[in-house]
Ligand binder design. Structure first.
Ligand code: RB5
Length: 149
């Protein structure tokens, strides 16, 4: 699995911890910014990572901002990206099982470091269930086909 990471300034410190976790687990990853001591717009960094998931170059993305919300809104503008803000192990688990989430967004101002790393672990380890959920994902693809240029 190849993961693109990105954050804005609010998510930078937590992103560093998540990157360290991915390295420790031997999961292939690349960071697309921002760097330390920058003040940036989350939208630009959501785009850098989400565009790579949309193109298939990366399998998944992990995006960190203050709330995880702006990153999710921006990332979901990219075809094929299913970005889910996850605040707990349960939402991380369901986002994979039912929504086949391929983009985890986390709010550094909302969750503790331990909670965030647990969310990342659950999100990485949980498989998509498919079946009846695929019908719903197919409807999302259909919306994209009808509405994306
Ligand atoms: C930055 O202050 C903050 O607005 C951003 O990190 C994020 O929470 C937006 O959704």
């Amino acid at each position: 699995m190849k993961i693109a990471t990105a954050s804005d300034h609010a998510g930078y410190e937590l992103k560093k911890e998540i990157i360290a976790y991915l390295s420790e687990k031997g999961i292939q990853h690349e960071d697309f910014g921002c760097g330390p001591d920058e003040k940036v717009d989350y939208v630009d960094y959501a785009e850098k990572a989400a565009t790579r998931v949309s193109s298939g170059e990366y399998d998944r993305a992990i995006l960190v901002c203050g709330t995880g919300l702006g990153m999710a809104i921006a990332a979901n503008k990219f075809k094929g990206v299913r970005a889910t803000p996850c605040l707990s192990d349960f939402t991380a688990e369901m986002s994979r099982k039912h929504n086949d989430s391929n983009c985890l967004t986390i709010g550094a101002r909302i969750v503790s470091l331990d909670e965030a790393l647990s969310v990342v672990r659950v999100w990485l380890e949980t498989e998509y269930e498919g079946g009846r959920h695929q019908t719903r994902i197919d409807k999302i693809f259909d919306i994209e086909e009808r509405n994306f240029k």
